[in-house]
Design a binder for this molecule. Structure first.
Ligand SMILES: Cc1ncc(C[n+]2csc(CCOP(=O)(O)OP(=O)(O)O)c2C)c(N)n1
Ligand SMILES: [Mg+2]
Length: 857
């Protein structure tokens, strides 16, 4: 009877419904393993951690109202974590690699409280929770490797991103094994703690099938089903555990439900008719939440009272005993059984759906209440109740100070804790950077880029980059470290030629003969394939980028990811994941291909990107380049490789790539520094002209600048120097830094930023033209002598030919000439009539259509 209940039950559902099992534990009591720990001592440890986690939040908020923090998420998941810490989570000491653990972001107080007990953090540290700006620093609100680089590995608090990142992390480990970077022996587990509310994020569940398809049995997710999110129940009118079971089973995962604690077992054993299970299934999560906050008498009346047989079943139990019937996620025995089964499961990833109570132990202060998530303060009575419930030796007199508690080092509790962690390989989480540096080939190895196309051929910066990438992949020293990541777009970028030579990673190899077998560029899948061709999946592709780009810290080996994507579907679509990449100290290259609002011309509004460079400006440790020529791209990539992989700088790069073919010049002498700093004079204007001006060009629109230079000289007696502006963001940051230094050192000699030094003494107005929004060049406006007049592609893109679009957005050569003449006219250098004539002569209709941009008027 018992085992029958646990069989997969498809009978009560129509064929279209996902497969679900009854609302009871997946592992029956008779199959539970022996619990090898000391239950009492572990309970003591857990109670102390509960106290310190709570005290840390209450302490911070009593001193500074509004610092925030969360008590009830960890309160609900303490048993889940503690079973992990005492029995499963491997640390990194010794031969075996550490497990990789994605902790639920807002359960962070629990991590700090444990680190305190383990002696990794001091009381002073705990007093500085969410107060990071003191001299000794503080503890970050959530897991942020950027802020605590020796402690945290994985940012998780932007909901949904931890789950998808962990999935691709598990997969990337397999990729590294297949390619000989990591041993298959002693493979670490990836543990991911997910909130039940968090599963509503599309990113959380969006890539589940990949984990099953690739048999990622190194991956274990633990969904803390406390039935609540921030505002209220996750599924008040349904059951989140059942819903998730269907989703995960349907996706091919091993599902272990941990719903009921051990004290339900005798009742379930007596439930011969199945009525108790029926009742369990009838109730919705809203009911279960209510049973948490109500007394035992309510549970008797409303839960068991529905059927006389069930009332009978609990006849010999007191109300108090009914109230104490626990949920599985709070029962160490049940959680241990689930974790053990998960770690031993082969052939598929496992999800543990653990039912818990939000704010467990907070009592009236928030246990199971809708306000629970936001609870940050507790009054004295609530503190005393909490103290008494968890038996913390703190007196009534001391309690108002919210003291932290750590037993003496030689106490049995502390010795147990220490011994457990020692056995498991030391403390976690720990972020350790230990990857050996790589030997970067000299710039001269990109000779084709440095030489240019010559006068008879043309190429685009995308093609040039592909050559650079192929050269790197073929390099004997670093070639195997390169990880090309491409969503379903390699053909768009002309990179399909790489498939056959380097192979597309697939754990199954290639089970079929590809239709294009025999051609030079056939679709080759291979077990040790180097390319990650991720499908139409930018969220997954950038997760691979982060997994590869943090391998230097998480696996001790430098991998070099080049993630090339349709630029519009980069920052705009997965911007939060790029922000996470930055927080994670990811190293690598993001390539925004088909960039340029007018260069990508036929695709229209949703594809044509003229603003990702602006978005890239918002990411602090990201360098953002907009090269015009292949030699610039090569110099930038080479410098990036050197800085990140030879010198170990924890930064990353965004480089735009265009798909317009034109002649690529050879690299002029002495321009490398300028390329890297963001601006250099590419082509001085003709000598002997009457007037002087300057044009900054970027990307493929550099050609408008060069053409304008010719027209200005030939027809308007203007000598315009053309500058290549490769990086406005860096120019701005350097200028801001210099300006601030001057302000704060007012009596010292003034320093000059790079852009000020470079432009010092240059005469004439400055005009910028690019395929980006005007705000991109405007970033440096106030440091350009006499200001900067920017042309750019503000507004929605649309489809037409490149010339038509460039006229429409006013970034073509003619518009650049007019802007330059206008800039001269506004300075009084030339007559305004010359501008008026030019508008006519150059065939620009001043009343023409222009992208509408809403203004305040
Ligand atoms: C993308 C995103 N949206 C919103 C939030 C704000 N937020 C933090 S915790 C939380 C509720 C979490 O509920 P659940 O996932 O069930 O976790 P629990 O605390 O219940 O364990 C919300 C909405 C966030 N951190 N990230
Ligand atoms: Mg929840």
């Amino acid at each position: 009877m018992k085992s029958k209940r646990r069989d997969i039950d498809t009978t009560s559902h129509s064929d279209n419904e996902p497969v679900r099992t009854p609302y009871i534990n997946t592992i029956p009591p008779e199959d539970e393993p022996f619990f090898p720990g000391d239950r009492d001592t572990e309970r003591r440890i857990k109670s102390i951690i509960r106290w310190n986690a709570m005290a840390m939040v209450v302490n911070a908020n009593s001193k500074h109202d509004g610092l925030g923090g969360h008590i009830s998420s960890f309160a609900s998941s303490a048993t889940l974590y503690e079973i992990g810490y005492n029995h499963f989570f491997r640390g990194g000491d010794g031969e075996r690699p550490a497990d990789l653990i994605y902790f639920q972001g807002h359960a962070t107080p629990g991590n700090y409280a444990r680190a305190f007990l383990e002696g990794r953090l001091t009381e002073k540290n705990l007093h500085r929770f969410r107060q990071e700006l003191g001299e000794a620093g503080g503890l970050s609100s959530y897991p942020h490797p950027y802020l605590m680089p020796d402690f945290w590995q994985f940012p998780t608090v932007s909901m949904g991103l931890g789950p998808i990142m962990s999935l691709y992390q598990a997969r990337f480990i397999r990729y590294q094994q297949a390619r000989g970077f990591l041993p298959k022996k002693n493979e670490p587990k990836i543990w991911t703690f997910v909130g039940d509310g968090e599963t509503d994020e599309p990113e959380s569940l969006g890539a589940l099938t990949l984990a099953a398809r690739e048999k990622l049995d190194n991956l274990i997710w633990v969904v803390n089903c406390n039935l609540q999110r921030l505002d209220g129940p996750v599924r008040g009118n349904g059951k989140i555990i059942q819903e998730l079971e269907g989703v995960f089973r349907g996706a091919g995962w091993n599902v272990i439900k941990v719903i009921w604690g051990s004290n339900w077992d005798p009742l379930l054993a007596k439930d011969e008719s199945g009525l108790l299970v029926k009742r369990m299934e009838e109730c919705v999560d809203g009911d279960y939440q209510k049973y948490t906050v109500e007394p035992g008498s309510y549970i008797r009346r409303h839960f068991f009272g529905k059927y006389p047989e069930l009332l009978e079943l609990v006849n010999d139990m007191t109300d108090n005993e009914l109230r104490k019937l626990t949920r599985g996620g709070h029962d160490p025995q049940k959680v241990f059984a689930a974790f053990k089964a998960a770690t031993e499961h082969k052939g598929a990833p496992t999800v543990i759906l653990a039912k818990t109570v939000k704010g467990y132990g907070l009592g009236e202060a928030g246990e199971g209440r809708n306000i629970s998530h936001q609870q940050k303060k507790m009054n004295e009575k609530e503190l005393r109740d909490f103290r008494t419930r968890f038996d913390i030796p703190i007196s009534d007199e001391e309690i108002a100070e919210y003291p932290f508690y750590r037993p003496s080092a030689d106490s049995q509790v502390m010795r147990y804790l220490e011994e457990r962690r020692k056995k498991l390989g030391g403390s976690i989480p720990r972020r350790v950077v230990k990857a050996p540096a790589l030997e970067i080939p000299p710039l001269s190895s990109f000779s084709y880029a440095l030489k240019g196309t010559g006068p008879t051929r043309v190429g685009s910066t995308t093609k040039g980059f592909t050559q650079t990438l192929v050269a790197l992949l073929r390099n004997k020293k670093i070639g195997r470290h390169i990880v090309p990541i491409i969503p379903d777009e390699a053909r768009t970028f002309g990179m399909d030629t790489m498939f056959a030579e380097f192979g597309i990673y697939s754990p199954k190899g290639q089970l079929y003969e590809p239709v294009d077998a025999g051609t030079a560029a056939f679709f080759k899948e291979a077990k040790d394939g180097q390319i990650l061709n991720e499908g139409i999946n930018e969220a997954g592709a950038v997760s691979s980028f982060v997994a590869a780009g943090t391998s230097y810290a998480n696996h001790g080996v430098n991998m070099i990811p080049f993630y090339i994507f349709y630029s519009m579907f980069g920052f705009q679509r997965i911007g939060d994941q790029i922000w996470l990449a930055a927080d994670s100290r990811t190293k690598g290259f993001l390539l925004g291909a088909t960039y340029g609002r007018t260069t990508l011309n036929g695709e229209g509004l949703q594809h044509e990107d003229g603003h990702s460079l602006l978005m890239a400006s918002t990411v602090p440790n990201l360098l953002a380049y907009d090269p015009a020529f292949d030699f610039e791209t090569a110099v930038i990539v080479h410098d990036g490789l050197t800085r990140m992989y030879e010198k170990g700088e924890e930064i990353f790069y965004y480089i735009t790539l265009y798909n317009e073919d034109y002649q690529m010049p050879a690299m002029p002498e002495g321009v490398e520094e300028g390329i890297l700093k963001g601006l250099y004079k590419f082509k001085p204007g003709a000598k002997g002209e009457k007037h002087k001006a300057h044009i900054f060009g970027s990307g493929s629109i550099m050609r408008s600048a060069l053409k304008a230079q010719e027209i200005l000289a030939e027809r308007y007696d203007v000598s315009a120097d053309v500058w290549s502006a490769t990086n406005y963001k860096s120019l701005r940051n350097d200028a801001l830094k210099t300006e601030r230094w001057n302000m704060l050192h007012p009596t010292e000699p003034l320093k000059k930023s790079y852009v000020e030094t470079l432009l010092d003494g240059e005469k004439g107005p400055f005009v910028a033209v690019s395929d980006s929004m005007k705000l991109v060049p405007d970033q440096i406006m106030r440091w350009v002598p006499g200001g900067l007049f920017s042309l750019g592609t503000d507004g929605f893109g649309r489809s037409d030919t490149r010339p038509a679009l460039r006229r429409f957005f006013e970034v073509d050569a003619e518009s650049t000439v007019i802007a330059t003449l206008w800039a001269l006219a506004t300075k009084g250098t030339i007559d305004k009539k010359i501008v008026a004539n030019a508008i006519k002569d150059l065939g620009v209709n001043p009343e023409k259509m222009f992208p509408e941009i809403l203004s305040v008027s």
